[in-house]
Design a protein around this ligand. Structure first.
Ligand code: HEM
Length: 501
């Protein structure tokens, strides 16, 4: 008997099928690369074939830096995905963001906790988004927010206590963490009259803030794989199971909302406005939609604020002349009887022109919004400068790219220069200032953000000297949906102590 190796041939039909599939995939990739209306737009080679190039850079947390350097290399237009072009043309904000263009599909990710519950941010059609936003807008008005100023002050006071304690013990302080605690707690105060207790404890309870950062990376990517996201995460079964990775924040929000509904005498906070709107138009606003928008607002208003505060302190201590000049401005105000409260009042902070210029410059140098604001070219396409974009092209503007554009800000765009906000027509500069977005999708929480930023920035400059433990150290920052720098510990010195010496 002879042993022989089975020699059954591979079925020709299988080989043929694989070959056809491969040729189809290659043909499709080549078509995307060379034969669509975007073929002539420069950009990374792989980005013209597949979205995975961008997803990879979101995953490793450097997509903002990539966008900045790609625009420096290629100019106004960079193809960052087969159907998406990143734009830094000075006319971009006006043509793309101020028009009523549909938002990119990526925004559907903001339907929380699952696809059934639309929020203004997840609504793609411009008119439908505006209509939905109107239901929520009154809660975000400055006059409403100012009614809770004393409660923000209480949280900011706790931040100052921690700073005093670190100063007294001459202990390095990680301001990034304490800014995040304050920002989360103030978002809770503003939305449903309750803070999460982070700043009082001086810790990230249950690791919720850390977990929310993982969620951040996930959301940035999952927006491009929406149906998979719905299948695995954002579906009614998962909602029913209540599996949310931001534990303490979500639980506290939920309990606060329940308490809030049962208490007719509670403060007239943001939720109170929404509940009033719901009473007037019950068919337009469900309980779940209120819950979704509340969760989204806390999430949208905390890491962003922490990043902006960090950017302010970090740039100001790297430029001590600015810190001194800002303090001199505050001393002058004090001499006239202003800026005397422990936490400087919002009203007084608005008179500090130079401090405000430094805040704008800090957010210009490093803004908390690193993601491209994506809109879709309408039927008939869109022209920006000399470039025509066919219907359906996703056109995105990355605020961090725009904020560093020499065409918009001049040759010193990469340098710290708060005076740019004080000379010439400062208002004109805001047409390129996209930190809060622009147009119909502009951030509704801007007043709450500016209110806290102004008060905290002015108070810190007045009362503390801050320096890095290692002045040569640069902060570390991975960028996903948001960017929150860390790892730049500082020493704090209380200003009165220095003055008494
Ligand atoms: C410095 C702080 C902040 C920055 C830089 C910022 C920036 C932004 C940006 C760029 C957008 C998206 C624009 C777009 O996609 O076109 C946005 C949306 C949003 N922001 Fe802010 N934001 C800040 C603070 C806040 C605060 C304090 C709140 C509220 C508590 C808030 C609530 C929201 C909400 C709810 C949205 C979704 C859009 C909508 O519902 O209409 N943000 N923000």
């Amino acid at each position: 008997m002879s042993l022989s190796w089975p020699t059954e041939p591979v079925r020709p039909s299988l080989v043929l099928f694989a070959a056809i599939l491969l040729s189809f995939a290659c043909g499709f990739a080549l078509y995307r690369r060379h034969f669509t209306g975007l073929a002539s737009i420069p950009g990374p080679y792989w980005a013209s074939f597949t979205r995975l190039w961008q997803v990879y850079h979101i995953f490793i947390g450097d997509h903002n830096l990539c966008s900045i350097s790609l625009h420096e290399k290629h100019g106004y237009f960079v193809r960052i995905a087969p159907e998406e072009v990143s734009v830094s043309h000075p006319d971009g904000p006006r043509i793309i963001l101020q028009a009523l263009l549909r938002k990119g599909d990526w925004y559907r990710i903001f339907a929380v906790p699952d696809f059934r519950f639309k929020t203004p941010q997840s609504t793609l059609d411009a008119k439908a988004k505006i209509k939905r936003s109107k239901l929520f807008l009154s809660g975000f008005s400055l006059s409403n927010l100012l009614k809770s100023e004393q409660y923000y002050d209480a949280n900011i006071g706790q931040l100052l206590n921690w700073m005093d304690a670190h100063a007294a013990e001459h202990r390095p302080m990680h301001l990034d963490k304490f800014f995040s605690y304050t920002a989360f707690d103030n978002a809770g105060e503003a939305v449903f009259s309750q803070s999460f207790g982070f700043i009082a404890k001086g810790e990230d309870i249950d690791g919720s803030i850390e977990n929310s950062r993982y969620l951040n990376r996930y959301l940035g990517i999952a927006g491009y794989f929406y149906w998979l996201h719905v299948l695995l995460v954002a579906n009614p079964i998962m909602t029913w199971l209540g599996i949310m990775p931001i534990g303490h924040v979500f639980r506290t929000s939920k309990t606060a909302l329940q308490k809030r509904r049962a208490d007719p005498d509670a403060r007239f906070d943001i939720i109170a406005h929404w509940l009033r709107t719901q009473k007037q138009a019950p068919d337009q606003l469900s309980d779940r939609e209120i819950e979704s928008q509340a969760t989204l607002s806390v999430a949208a208003g905390s890491d962003t604020l922490s990043c902006a505060l960090q950017s302010f302190v970090y740039h100001m201590i790297k430029h001590p002349a600015s810190w001194r000049r800002a303090r001199a401005e505050i001393r002058e105000a004090q001499a006239k009887g202003h800026c005397t409260d422990r936490v400087i009042s919002y009203h007084d902070s608005q008179e500090l022109v130079y401090v405000q210029a430094c805040l704008s410059e800090a957010m210009r140098m490093f803004g908390p919004s690193p993601f491209g604001l994506a809109r879709v070219a309408p039927p008939g396409g869109l022209r920006i400068g000399d470039q025509y974009f066919p219907k359906g092209t996703v056109l995105s503007i990355n605020p961090q790219v725009m904020q560093r554009s020499k065409d918009c800000w001049g040759p010193d765009a990469h340098e710290w220069n708060p005076d740019r906000w004080l000379i010439g027509h400062a208002g004109a500069k805001y047409k390129f200032f996209l930190v809060y977005g622009m147009g119909y999708n502009r951030c509704p929480g801007e007043h709450l953000a500016q209110l806290q930023l102004s008060k905290i920035a002015a108070t810190l400059v007045r009362d503390y000297n801050i320096c890095q433990v290692d002045p040569t150290n640069e902060w570390v920052c991975k960028t996903f949906l948001n960017c929150v720098p860390h790892s730049w510990p500082v020493y704090i010195e209380k200003q009165q102590d220095t003055e008494q010496r």
